[in-house]
Design a protein around this ligand. Structure first.
Ligand code: SF4
Length: 888
């Protein structure tokens, strides 16, 4: 039965006149790989409301905090509305002609491998298909790779080694039907919240046990039956231990193994392993092994903690080996399950968007496959070898081998490892094109040509989620200004380069039909990805297409590999013998910390959309680094001060969060902040460029670095009705309800704080109220225009202790105390972004009303009752409140 739809309260109305109301449109959330269905409603003022689609099989009406705030990100703030060449707005014809001409000239002078395309899991399948066709079929180079390389390339490689194809064996329904769900290297509660809620629902309904395997204690650990805090990078040792225990416990599936190659060698590897590298208590590991072995219906969910590693492919195969050895794969409630980070990472894999794949799961190195694709596309050329993978691609940009580069919907100057070097390489590249919805990204600022793209709510096409369900993304808003869809950008450039016939598309439905038809050829060549039944969809049928999982259910039942048949030439499954290897970067006295990176609950990638909405920024408004209390004490790092991280090729300054959620000697920092929002918070500047030798995926979770206290002479907190222009050594700025808020710090205190503040706020003449105590290094300044508070700055030699959420509202009161008037409680940092409920409010309700459960907190305060993304954190507050009470 369909659940009630989740509310997305936000609205936009800045397209105004000419925007007609529309009947509810069904589309797909553009953030994570869960692929939740959404309903878009637009009223006669042009305001858009986004709610969960009760009929979509991925979410049944639910949305997480990010999905619930989608409407707030669909406005025109920061939008790029016209093509730009060399920093000047121009017309489309000029821009397209410039791109086509520079690409043609570079290819003519230096060959097709001197150009490259860097794509994104944000692109729709139709856009991705065309980018791949353009580069591999018509430019004639395999130098097209994607930011999905940073996300799930190790899973692709692991799947191909085991199954002979890149196929996720199971479905989301398996999470409902499992008796044990093992979550490896994934903070599912924050990064795939709707799937996590699905697991918790199964736990409540049928008692599904859950095990979390993660070096960090994350929100996903709350309520789990076991948490295995293994050492960073030791997953292969753990799963080899599990395989050995499966053998010793007599849990092998002999019938299934009769169709498997590589069992003996894999078992020998496993038996030769020990658990030492995991650092786990042997009894804890043994409990996990027993639980796994005695539970037939087991799903192992894995994500970036597995993939983003210099041994990521081996980690994937270590997990797959255990499922293959027990035959627990492709059957209801059991199987390995890779969850993808991006909304269309799977669609990108299907069209062959990686530099080492072709299209429709065909292989670039297979002559028959190449011929089939070339003939189908009527392409003049097709490369016979893989192109450059992401990290190598930008190294080739740096050393001048790549001379023309097209980047679409991604921000590599921030997100690739050694990000400073990548930024410098893009800046030095002779010709860079960026297609994006905004010019305000670290990468777009470096482009020679900027092409304005349609945004999520304006685009038409399809995406594929983590369980192979293809969903429509439908346009609900007209594209503003000169913005155009990505497929159109590519087709227009291709036409101007002389490929008019092959790129003569007028709408995405045509491209989808062609993609589906090509998959039929792949199917005839024995590949798994065959959606050719969709190749004759009429435009109307494409428009009305409902979520469709491949293989088309009537044919295959929706799961793979239960019968033990693979897509290797032999038809047999493969177990891959793997051995634990330490992460590539070695800890040393100069760089003693191991750095783990990841996402936070309410932000997406480099925040070009989530960073627009105050309520998503309220949860965590600045970049931070988690450091263990023992390390903080040793380094004299106090709570909420700043920490400086240095690595061989980079540097960052972040707020200290002192917590035993991380292990001693390890650090965790989020990936979202950029030069636009916190210039020293670009954590990928610190991450080393080591990659997995098979998949080419960077090791974003096990770099090394040094940490020390940042020598701040002063800390500041500022609020303003307008964006600020900070110049201090450290700053981080975020939108707030009434404008903007910023955290600041510097190495030398100012002699004239009023002048500093006026420059920061650009308020040369506003009326100022100033309170300073130079002896104590304290300054407090409030600025008013027409009697109304428009900005305030609070400076202190220590981290500033003021009521931030109160001040961020720019209250019409005397604010120099930094606190709300007496009697008004401090809600504390926002925990529930849907209802704006703060930590202090929840803690005080727990204490005063004796609340014992998450549901009781919800009933009292509404917190956690809309999207549910904060429920794990409320559970943590309840637990800590109980612990405190017991200790009294
Ligand atoms: Fe979007 Fe959240 Fe669903 Fe992911 S879980 S698709 S971010 S609503």
């Amino acid at each position: 039965m369909a659940a009630p739809a989740q509310t997305g309260a936000g609205q936009i109305s800045d397209r105004g006149a000419g925007t007609r109301p529309c009947a509810p449109i069904r589309s797909t959330c553009p953030y994570c790989g869960v692929g939740c269905g959404v309903r878009l409603d637009r009223d006669d003022t042009g305001a858009l409301t986004v709610t969960g689609d009760p009929d979509h099989p991925a979410n049944r009406g639910k949305l997480c905090s990010k999905g619930s705030a989608l409407a707030e990100t669909a406005g025109l703030q920061n939008r790029l509305l016209a093509p730009r060449v060399d920093g000047h707005d121009t017309d489309w014809d000029t821009a397209l002609q410039t791109v086509a001409h520079r690409f043609e000239r570079t290819i003519a002078e230096h060959g097709p491998d001197s150009v490259a395309f860097y794509a994104s899991g944000q692109m729709l399948t139709e856009d991705y298909y065309l980018a791949n066709k353009f580069m591999k079929g018509f430019v004639g180079t395999a130098n097209i790779d994607t930011n999905s390389r940073l996300c799930m390339a190790s899973t692709v490689a692991g799947h191909k080694r085991a199954f002979g194809t890149d196929t996720v064996p199971g479905t989301y329904e398996d999470l409902d039907e499992a008796d044990l769900v093992v979550i490896v290297g994934s903070n599912l509660a924050w990064c795939h919240p709707i799937l996590h809620q699905r697991v918790l629902a199964a736990k409540a309904r049928r008692g599904t046990r859950t095990v979390v395997i993660d070096p960090r204690r994350t929100a996903t650990c709350d309520g789990a039956d076991l948490h295995l805090p293994l050492r960073i990078g030791s997953d292969v040792a753990l799963f080899n231990g599990l395989l050995a225990a499966i053998y010793e416990g007599g849990a092998l599936d002999a019938g299934y193994l009769a169709q498997v190659d590589g069992f003996d060698a894999s078992l020998m590897s496993a038996m030769a392993s020990d658990l030492g590298p995991t650092g786990l208590d042997p009894d804890l590991a043994a409990s996990f092994f027993r639980l796994w072995i005695r539970t037939e219906r087991v799903v192992t969910i894995f994500s970036q903690g597995v993939n983003q590693s210099s041994s990521g492919t081996d980690k994937v195969n270590a997990i797959l080996n255990c499922h293959i050895a027990t035959g627990r794969i492709g059957k209801p409630g059991m199987g390995p399950f890779s969850v993808t980070g991006q909304p269309n990472a799977m669609g990108g894999r299907e069209v062959g968007g990686l530099s080492n794949t072709l299209a429709c799961h065909l292989d670039i190195e297979n002559p028959a496959h190449r011929t089939a694709v070339r003939d189908f596309w009527e392409a003049p050329r097709i490369p016979d070898a893989p192109g450059l993978k992401a990290v190598d691609m930008f190294r080739a940009v740096a050393d001048g081998r790549i001379k023309a580069l097209w980047i679409m919907h991604t921000n590599p100057a921030v997100t690739l490892p050694e990000a400073d070097a990548v930024r410098d390489a893009i800046a030095a590249c002779p010709f860079t094109v960026v297609s994006d919805i905004t010019a305000r990204t670290d990468t777009a600022r470096l482009a020679d040509v900027l092409l304005p793209a349609s945004a999520w709510a304006e685009k038409d096409g399809t995406v594929t989620n983590s369980d192979r369900t293809i969903s429509r993304q439908r346009s609900a808003l007209p594209a503003p200004g000169d913005a155009r869809p990505d497929w159109w950008h590519i087709a227009q450039v291709a036409r101007k380069m002389g490929f008019a016939t092959a790129f003569d598309y007028t709408e995405p439905a045509e491209i989808f039909r062609e993609h589906a038809a090509l998959s039929g050829i792949a199917g005839a060549l024995g590949r798994d990805f065959d959606i050719s039944e969709l190749s004759d969809l009429t435009n109307r049928a494409y428009d009305e297409m409902t979520p469709t999982r491949w293989p088309i259910a009537a044919k295959r039942g929706g799961r793979f590999f239960a019968d033990g048949r693979s897509f290797h030439d032999s038809g047999r499954m493969c177990m891959i013998p793997v051995r634990w290897r330490a992460p590539a970067a070695r800890q040393a006295p100069r760089f003693p910390f191991r750095l783990n990176t990841g996402r936070v609950r309410d932000h997406w990638h480099t925040m070009t959309r989530t960073g627009l909405t105050p309520r998503l920024s309220a949860h965590l408004a600045e970049p931070f680094v988690e450091i263990h209390p023992d390390d903080a004490t040793a380094l004299q790092i106090a709570p909420d001060t700043l920490v400086e991280l240095t690595a061989p090729k980079g540097h960052a300054v972040l707020r200290a969060t002192i917590t035993d959620a991380v292990q001693p000697g390890t650090l965790f920092a989020p990936m979202h902040w950029t030069a636009e929002t916190a210039p020293t918070g670009r954590i990928d500047a610190v991450v080393a460029g080591a990659t997995d030798p098979v998949s080419g995926q960077p090791e974003s979770k096990a770099s090394v670095c040094a940490a020390r206290a940042f020598a701040a002479a002063w800390y500041g907190f500022a609020v303003s009705s307008r964006p600020m222009t900070p110049t201090s050594a450290y700053w981080a700025m975020a939108p707030s309800g009434a404008g903007w808020r910023a955290e600041l710090a510097g190495r030398a205190a100012s002699q004239d704080w009023e002048a500093e503040a006026r420059a920061l706020f650009d308020l040369p003449t506003a009326q100022a109220q100033v309170l300073t105590d130079p002896a104590r290094g304290i300054a407090r300044l409030a600025f008013r225009e027409g009697g109304k508070l428009v900005a305030a700055l609070f400076v202190s030699p220590q981290p500033v202790g003021v009521m931030r959420d109160y001040l961020a509202g720019l209250p019409d009161e005397d604010v120099l105390s930094g606190r709300a008037p007496l009697g008004r409680p401090d809600p504390g940092p926002t925990l529930c972004s849907c209802f704006g409920v703060g930590v202090n409010t929840i803690l005080s309700a727990i204490e005063s009303d004796g609340l014992m459960t998450v549901e009781a907190v919800g009933a009292a305060l509404s917190a956690g009752t809309n999207c549910g993304s904060c429920r794990s954190e409320i559970a943590t507050l309840l637990t800590s409140a109980r612990v405190n009470e017991a200790a009294q």
